[in-house]
Write a protein that binds this ligand. Structure first.
Ligand code: PMV
Length: 325
């Protein structure tokens, strides 16, 4: 069985996934919508090797920790069961992300792993089947199988919870500026546990889940009509609503640092001054700003001056996950 290397881009949700309807199958409680990013790529190689007694998982040049290795091995088991093999594998994965970015890599990681592992095992899955499989590794990974704007369906069964690309000519206009806060230190609460904790204890969780379909409809309408301000408006609002539900959990999940709030204020000022700039935040303190090709440099320079920001990166839209060789 020859080894296979695959690449996938990370994605940033404009309408977030935050909460599951089924933990075993990793079915999201609601849909989501994202933009894949060319600057954030994971490259993963998988070699099935009959000489191995156990899977060997190496991330960023180091053996994976116990929890990470177990998560990757159970993902490999899904593929092994499907291919009817028991062979163990060697997995090596690198993030080609800006140095010390501290950005979540589970989306690009599990998308690249899904593509590399299935090819190495001799399976031929179509993109939808790959998306369903990648979802089992990480909910957001289902979206990283595709490039550009991507919609994830909530779906109440395994087969119904997949992502698919959305065609919009807005794709040629958009950029994302990523402002890194605190040098990319490891995050305090993993998204997996934090969303379960929010669902179990936040009085605002139900309101959050009820809000998502409306935000998705607004985002899709904005993509269809090429209305960037409308897309930006729903992006910033949706991120704040997701964080509000997490902050109201008991104990509260607070990802923001002082620099996160300073960045949110800076983005509002930029907007008041006529720039295209709308903020979104995930399970960490960093701020990602949806903007245009024309405004991206200005926004990146302005955000680099905010106290507590350690790096900024401008990214264009990324393509779908693919086999390198
Ligand atoms: O795919 P996960 O389990 O890492 O969850 C992703 C959660 C957010 O990044 C906060 C939102 C999203 O839709 O990507």
């Amino acid at each position: 069985m020859p080894g296979v290397t695959a690449r996938a881009c990370a994605n940033i949700a404009l309408v977030k996934y935050w909460g599951k309807r089924d933990a075993d199958l990793n079915l999201p409680a609601a849909g989501s919508l994202s933009l894949s990013l060319a600057a954030l790529v994971t490259e993963t190689r998988v070699d099935f090797d009959a000489a191995l007694g156990a899977d060997l998982i190496e991330l960023e040049g180091k053996p994976a920790g116990t929890a990470e290795a177990a998560r990757v091995s159970s993902f490999l088991d899904l593929v092994r069961d499907r291919a009817g093999i028991t062979t163990r594998a060697r997995v090596t994965s690198f993030n080609r992300f800006p140095t010390a970015s501290g950005l979540a890599s589970s989306a690009s990681g599990f998308a690249a792993l899904a593509v590399a592992t299935t090819h190495a095992a001799g399976l031929h899955l179509d993109p939808r089947e790959l998306s369903i499989l990648a979802r089992r590794g990480s909910g957001s990974a289902a979206r990283s199988i595709f490039g550009g704007f991507v919609r994830m369906h909530a779906g109440d069964t395994d087969e119904a919870a997949y992502a698919e690309p959305i065609t919009s000519s807005l794709i040629d206009r958009v950029r994302m500026v990523i402002a890194i806060v605190g040098g990319g230190a490891p995050k305090t609460h993993g998204s997996r546990d934090a969303m379960d904790h929010t669902a179990a204890t936040s009085p605002f969780y139900r309101a959050w889940v009820d809000l998502v379909p409306r935000d998705l409809a607004a985002a899709e309408a904005a993509l269809a009509t090429r209305d960037l301000p409308a897309l930006g408006d729903v992006t910033e609002h949706n991120a704040l609503a997701m964080h509000a539900s997490a902050i109201a959990a008991r104990p509260g999940v607070i990802y923001w640092k002082p620099a996160t709030l300073a960045l949110l204020a800076a983005v509002r000022t930029l907007r008041q001054n006529g720039r295209a700039a709308w903020a979104t935040m995930d399970a960490g303190p960093h701020v990602k700003v949806l903007t245009t090709v024309e405004d991206a440099d200005h926004i990146a320079r302005a955000l680099a001056n905010v106290e507590g920001v350690t790096a900024t990166t401008i990214s264009g839209p990324g393509g779908p996950a693919y086999v390198v060789g």
